[in-house]
Ligand binder design. Sequence first.
Ligand SMILES: Nc1ncnc2c1ncn2[C@@H]1O[C@H](COP(=O)(O)OP(=O)(O)OP(=O)(O)O)[C@@H](O)[C@H]1O
Length: 259
Amino acid sequence: MTVVSVSHAAVGYDGREILHDVSFEVGAGEVVAILGANGSGKSTLIRTILGLTPLTRGEIDLFGTPRRKFKDWARIGYVPQRLGAGSGVPATVGEVVASGRLARGGIFRLPRTADKTAVRDALTAVGLLDRINDPVTTLSGGQQQRTLIARALAGKPDLLVLDEPTAGVDAASQEAFAAALGRFQSTGGSILLVAHELGPLRPLIDRAVVVHEGRIAHVGPPPEPAGHHAEPDHDHVHPHAVPQPTGICVAPTDRIAAN
Ligand SMILES: Nc1ncnc2c1ncn2[C@@H]1O[C@H](COP(=O)(O)OP(=O)(O)OP(=O)(O)O)[C@@H](O)[C@H]1O
């Protein structure tokens, strides 16, 4: 089953075409990363898939349904870049996560206990259950990001769409975030994420889609991370590449296994 299908998509703003003839798919249970330089069109692509920006040409299907007819938005959890600093709303972590249940409303509204369980399960998945009653403003940037993924998970989506989920996020939160995404995938979830640096997310990625100046430049294994290695035409493995030692600067002692 194809969860997202983008076929020959073109998208523009004010008559200026930003994405040209873009095609790729996300299969059920796959983790696909959209990579590319600043301004290459990654966010535009995500916004177009979510129906926030119109297509100029081409087709997008979601769960096998043309996007313009798709109504089952509760199947998609969207994690934006940031909670929005200074919103002035003194919401607690639990309240923010509970807002992810809203799309599950209407005549199929689940009982309150199911909502509470879903909120607690989602916070457990991202390692923040102990902060459930704290104002989100007291969390670090990385913990706020984990709160957003918990909000998306609480809605029990089939597809998570994440826009630069680890940008500016501390290393411990990135690890916790990657673990939560891994658990989501292991239960059959599909993931489409935009990233600059994959970091701890790298092992999760089934396929990378590299966007370069509005066109797909590479589909396949994620290119090597640093500098020119991230260029779209640079997709081979270097024989001299030295693997980074894992956990050298990211794992606080309480995350190191006892044996
Ligand atoms: N609402 C808009 N109106 C007009 N032009 C826009 C709009 N949004 C984005 N653009 C332009 O579209 C191009 C692609 O932007 P987009 O945000 O999709 O790139 P990106 O790859 O996500 O970049 P970044 O990594 O910096 O977030 C840029 O030239 C940008 O200036």
